[in-house]
Design a binder for this molecule. Structure first.
Ligand code: 9MR
Length: 383
């Protein structure tokens, strides 16, 4: 007892009291603030639809490591932007080059990403030898061989194929491509049938731009109906969605989503981007043969996007995603056409070498205002 109240012990008690008070107040001062961590895109939209990006060779090879990081964090599906197109897959007749495509598939498997093949049949980015074929039967056999060789190599590894890309004109008639001219409209049904034979479980899609325009929409509906009547399996329609701040209107987009879904197919937004640059010719879509001379007036934001335009872009993305969310029962996937603004094809179309800002991540891979507005839509329980 005596020991307990000795002066040296008393000193210790006082010291202990002071120390614990200081520690306690420190702890209170540095109580971590409750910062709400924003979900990633794929987390935010996990109950609604898949969310993806087009990816390029620099990402697959790992050269673009920041891009790869974003792909893994933000997306759950990928589409190769270029490397599975005809000119790369079959550069010479009957000689296939699977090297890059195999790497894309490995990348998607390793990172648990749903893989979309793009594309099997397209008049553009075709290998030059195809245009040289004179005999129609040879052309038909080459088309069959192309579709079947590739679709069967990746059987079971590909979730869905853009089987036919951009086969329609703006007025809804069939585009006068080499295939239509020489093989007639049957080439479309055949392409779907050959793809199905080669990979019966893969989803098969028709993919095109300006799919919100009433005439083209009618054309696409007729096309899909015809394909189905002729016994082809069509699982989905891809609306590419190369859009602008002004158009298409939300009404056109909504009517199209509903109309396509009424065909009994899945609706996918497959190549989303929203140009932020002037477009005085009112060009819409993605007709790559359209190219124009540039000027300073046409490339106004070489340093950065002004806040006013950045806010417009965020608002446009907000409206678009609110609509997608409203129709989540019809939409199975939304894919952006590229990871960040530095990598978008829209820096070079319809005028080369411009500085465009159509995606959700900036050139430093940082999320933009548009990104936050897309996340907000997912979280907003009133939408
Ligand atoms: O983004 C692609 C770009 O790198 C290519 O140069 C271009 C060549 O045609 O193709 C772009 O992707 C297109 C896609 O494959 C089909 N829809 C339109 C896209 C934009 O042109």
């Amino acid at each position: 007892m005596k020991q307990l109240y000795s002066p040296s012990n008393l000193c210790k008690y006082v010291l202990f009291f002071c120390l614990s008070t200081v520690l306690l107040s420190c702890k209170q001062d540095h109580q971590p603030e409750k910062v709400e961590v924003e979900p990633t895109l794929k987390e935010a939209y996990k109950n609604y639809f898949l969310i993806g990006s087009a990816v390029n060779d620099n990402q697959i090879s790992g050269k673009d490591s920041l891009g790869v990081q974003l792909i893994k964090e933000q997306f759950n599906t990928i589409t190769p932007e270029n490397s599975m197109k005809w000119m790369y897959m079959e550069p010479a007749q009957g000689e296939f080059n699977f090297e890059m495509a195999d790497r894309y598939i490995d990348f998607s498997k390793k990172n648990n990403l749903v893989f979309i093949g793009h594309n099997l049949v397209w008049h553009s980015q075709l290998a030059p030898w195809v245009n040289e074929i004179k005999d129609n039967e040879e052309l038909s056999n080459s088309l069959k061989n192309h579709v079947q060789t590739i679709a069967s190599r990746y059987k079971g590894k590909i979730h869905g194929w853009d089987v036919v890309n951009e086969a329609l004109n703006e007025d809804g008639t069939l585009r006068n491509s080499l295939f239509l001219e020489k093989l007639g409209p049957e080439y479309l049904t055949n392409a779907f049938k050959w793809a199905q034979e080669a990979d019966p479980n893969a989803e098969l899609y028709y993919n095109d731009y300006n799919m919100t325009k009433p005439k083209k929409r009618e054309g696409a509906i007729t096309l899909v109906k015809n394909l189905k009547e002729q016994g082809a399996k069509v699982d989905g329609i891809g609306m590419q969605a190369h859009w602008s701040l002004e158009g298409p209107s939300l009404q056109e987009i909504e009517e199209s989503i509903i109309a396509y879904s009424e065909l009994g197919v899945k609706v996918m937004i497959t190549e989303l981007d929203v140009t932020a640059l002037p477009n005085p010719w009112d060009l819409e879509g993605a007709e790559v043969s359209q190219n124009f001379e540039g000027s300073e007036f046409m490339n106004p934001y070489t340093e950065q996007l002004p806040d006013s335009v950045s806010n417009q872009l965020a608002k446009r993305y907000r409206d678009i995603f609110a609509l997608f969310k409203k129709h989540q029962d019809k939409i199975s996937r939304v894919t952006f056409w590229g990871v960040n603004d530095g990598q978008t094809w829209l820096n070079n179309w319809p005028i080369e070498n411009r500085t465009n800002y159509p995606l959700l991540f900036d050139r430093q891979f940082k999320p933009k205002a548009a990104y936050h507005s897309v996340i907000q839509v997912a979280k907003d329980s009133t939408l």
